[in-house]
Each structure stands twice: as C-alpha cells, then as structure tokens.
Design a binder for this molecule. Structure first.
Ligand SMILES: Nc1ncnc2c1ncn2[C@@H]1O[C@H](COP(=O)(O)OP(=O)(O)O)[C@@H](O)[C@H]1O
Ligand SMILES: [Mg+2]
Length: 456
C-alpha cells in the first residue's frame, strides 16, 4: 500500500510537474536564444549541469531507498508480531526484551530516514546552488558586453529579470527528480507481487470417481529441502484413509497437496484419474471439505462463520450442521446465540469450540472429498466420540483423508498410511499393521501405555 501511495504521489504530482517545468523552461530558452544567443547561453548553461548532477545521484538514492524500505518493513513486521504474540511474550516475561528489540528497529529506521534525506540533499543542494550561478554569469557576461557597447541597457535588464525567474520551476523540479529517481524500487516491489506465478487450470472437472491417488509424489516448500520424497498411496472413495506418523513427517503437507495448495515437484496426484495439477484451483476446491489444524474464524456472527461452508445455505441448514458438529450447546449459551459476533479470529472461543465450528462448516459444505487434519485433536474424549459419530454419518460414499494423533481416532479407518521421513513407511488395514508389529503397532502401544498412567 505504501508503494502504491508513493507511485500515486509521483505520477499525479511530481512527474507532470517535472515535465511541465522542463517544457516551459525549454520554450523560454528557445525564445531567449533567438533574442540574444550569447546572453541566453550565459543564463542557460547551468540547467543541463544541474540535471546531470541530480541524474548521477540515482545510484546513491537507490541504495538509500532500498535500505530505508528494509528498515521500515522490519518495524512494521515487529509491531505486528508483537501484537499477535503479546500473550506468549507476557507469559514468558519476554515483553520488555521484545520491546527493546523493537525500539532498536525504530531507531534504526530513524537513522535510515535521516541518511536517506541527507543522501538526496547531497546532490540536490549543489545542483540548486549551481542554478543560482546562472544569475552571476548573466550579470558578468552582460556587464562586459554592456561596457563594450554590444548590449543595450534594456536587454541587459530584461535578461536579469528573466534569469531571476527562469530557475524557479526547475529548482522545485530538481527535488522532485531526486524523489523520482528511486520510484523504480517501488514499482519493482509491486511487480514482484504481480509476477508471482499463480496456479491455473481447466475449469471443467468431472472425475470418474473421487479416489485420491498419490503416484511417486515428491515435494519441497523451498528448493534444496525435501518434505515428501516419494509417496504413493490411494485413498478410496467410500473409505476412511488415515495418515499417521511423527510430527513434521509431512502429513499436513500431503493433505494440502491433495487439494492443490501447492504444485508438486515430481510424480502425480489424481482425483478419479484427473491430474489435480491441471484443474483450476477454485473449481477443484468445490470438491473438498477441509478441516485444518489451525482454524480461521472471521469477525462476524457465528451463523455467518458456519455459512462460509456454503454461501447459499439457509439458516436452518447452517443450524442443522452446527447441531451435528456438537456446536448447538455452546452456541445457545452465547449472549445472542447464532447472531453473536465472535471477535477477530474467534478469539472469544475455546480451541475445541473453534474446531467444532470448522467441522460444522465442512458438514454444511458436504463435498465428496473430506480432509480432516487433526480435526478432533483439541476436543476432549467425550466430545470427540460424538463428533466422530457425526463425521462417520457424513462420510458415507465419500473419500475421507484423516490425520490424527490419537490412535483411537484411526482404529476404525479402512486404511492406514504411515508417513515418515518423506516416504510411506507402512500401509494397510489397522489389523494388518498390528500383526506386522511395525511402526503403527509401536505407536498404538505407546499411546495405550500413556493412557493407562495414573496418579498415585
Ligand atoms: N508453509 C511451509 N513452508 C515451509 N515449510 C513448511 C511449511 N509447512 C510445513 N513445512 C515443513 O514441512 C515439514 C512437514 O510439515 P507438516 O506437513 O506440517 O508435518 P506434519 O503434519 O506431519 O506434522 C516440516 O519440516 C515443516 O517444517
Ligand atoms: Mg500437521
């Protein structure tokens, strides 16, 4: 927004003014040259010199502007981060330390601003002084020629009068020119956003069914790292496929890739035989209901937050979905029920409540593919069982990909895929994997043990 503002300022004020004064000065210069070319040269030689000096400052100014921009970004990020993390900062008693750091950044920005102003003054001030030399040279050349009788007194005074006014528009424009010098930096920053590649694809999407197949998929967020090395599995329609594995093993990544949140580096992901990389992302997402680990809620009413699942849903439908996701009870306790505003990102709700609203959204959308990423992780055991029932009602004939920590959540899955180190470590039904006595069996055993721990 800052870049847009700068560009607006430049193009609606500085640029027209600069060219306006260049044109008017040129016209005056041409008439002066016709009138008396020697006097005109004495008045005009300073103009190109001043322009060249300011033109030369471009490199220096770009340098200053780049560093100033970096400093102001650091301040903006620091302030935002502080506001977002104030709770954690307070709980760790790190508030003062953080604010000290932020103050340093603000001081650095101040210094950058001063340096950048000095940087342009270094060029603009000499250029403006040189303009003033024009008056001196007119006086000098004029009086010499007056004495030798080449020039009339009237012409001399005329030139002195003109020369005292002719530099005014240019004087002003030199400052603008200095500011215009670094405009390219703002334009480049905006172009960077414009030119970042966006996903595209065909809007027609009619898969023969909704089986999701990962075929030797490789993916990394940043080049050089690997998150998924070589992952192949199929999540069948009408079945629940559970992705489990160590934290950071790429489960969430795999689920997001199935909905084409990113494009993969190697292999293929297909839905009903159609490569998801070839489908328009918006169109593709109409086939997905997604409940993420981190729920996003909007500063709106509870009702509208649920209706995001399907824009044209009636109130009754939204309330039905809320009931099925076990939201009804806590919503009825809110001061205005479904019409209660829930604050920025649902800050007035507990983790479990937020999760349930997000599940209600997914139920309302009722899409053929359901991705649940630790959807029930922040619910207590009782709620979890109830929601699992709601989910199991919903999942008939659908493709369900579920990511879960609790083994209890996945023991009824039709298929389990253990993701570890970017590859599929094990795959099969829960019974098969228990018999195999591998990674899955180990995880189940560990969790059962920890559940049996008691105090005393
Ligand atoms: N948006 C992201 N940008 C860069 N790296 C990421 C991003 N999301 C996750 N990662 C990295 O990818 C790896 C797998 O993460 P994730 O799929 O969330 O694992 P899991 O869900 O199994 O815990 C981790 O090392 C994580 O740091
Ligand atoms: Mg995850």
């Amino acid at each position: 927004m800052g870049d847009v503002q700068v560009t607006e300022q430049m193009f609606s004020h500085y640029v027209p003014q600069f060219y306006g004064s260049v044109i008017s000065t040129c016209l005056v210069a041409v008439s002066l040259l016709f009138y008396d070319w020697q006097m005109a040269l004495a008045a005009l030689w300073v103009l190109p010199v001043a322009l060249v000096i300011v033109g030369f400052s471009k490199k220096a100014q770009n340098y200053f502007t780049l560093r100033q921009t970096a400093a102001s970004l650091a301040v903006a990020e620091g302030v935002q981060e502080c506001l977002e993390t104030i709770r954690d900062l307070k709980s760790c008693k790190a508030e003062q330390e953080y604010l000290d750091g932020l103050n340093k950044k603000i001081d650095a920005l101040e210094v950058r601003h001063i340096k950048s102003e000095l940087g342009s003054a270094m060029f603009v001030a000499p250029a403006q002084m040189i303009l003033k030399l024009g008056i001196a040279s007119v006086a000098l050349v004029g009086s010499m020629r007056l004495m030798s009788g080449e020039l009339s007194l009237v012409t001399f005074f005329l030139f002195l009068l003109v020369v005292s006014r002719i530099y005014e528009p240019m004087n002003f424009s030199l400052q603008n020119l200095a500011a215009m010098n670094s405009l390219q930096i703002n334009i480049d920053r905006m172009n960077e956003i414009n030119e970042s590649p966006s996903q595209s694809g065909e809007t027609a999407f009619s898969p023969k069914d909704y089986d999701i197949t990962f075929d030797h998929v490789g993916f990394a967020y940043n080049s050089g790292e690997t998150v998924l090395k070589d992952v192949s599995f199929t999540a069948k329609q009408g079945e629940v496929t559970a992705l489990i594995g160590p934290s950071g093993g790429g489960k969430s990544t795999a689920a997001k890739l199935a909905a084409r949140f990113w494009d993969i580096d190697r292999g293929r992901i297909t839905v009903g035989g159609v490569d998801v990389g070839k489908v328009d992302p918006e169109r593709l997402l109409t086939a997905y209901s997604i409940v993420f680990q981190d729920v996003t809620l909007f500063n709106n009413t509870v009702m509208e937050n649920i209706r995001i699942g399907r824009k044209d849903a009636t109130d009754a439908e939204a309330m039905q979905a809320a009931k099925e996701a076990m939201c009804d009870e806590f919503i009825s306790k809110l001061p205005q029920g479904y019409q209660t505003m829930i604050g920025e990102n649902g800050s007035t709700l507990s983790g479990g409540e937020r999760q349930r609203i997000s599940i209600a959204r997914a139920l309302l959308k009722d899409a053929p593919i359901i991705l649940l990423d630790e959807a029930t992780a922040s619910l207590d055991a009782e709620n979890e069982t109830e929601i699992q029932q709601a989910i199991s009602r919903l999942v008939e004939k659908k493709t369900v990909l579920i990511i879960a920590h609790r083994m209890r959540t996945v023991e009824n899955a039709n298929k389990i895929v253990v993701l570890s180190g970017g590859t599929v470590a094990e795959m099969g039904t829960p019974e098969e994997l228990m018999k195999k006595n591998g990674a899955f069996a180990r995880m189940v055993k560990l969790q059962t043990e920890s559940q049996n721990w008691s105090l005393g």
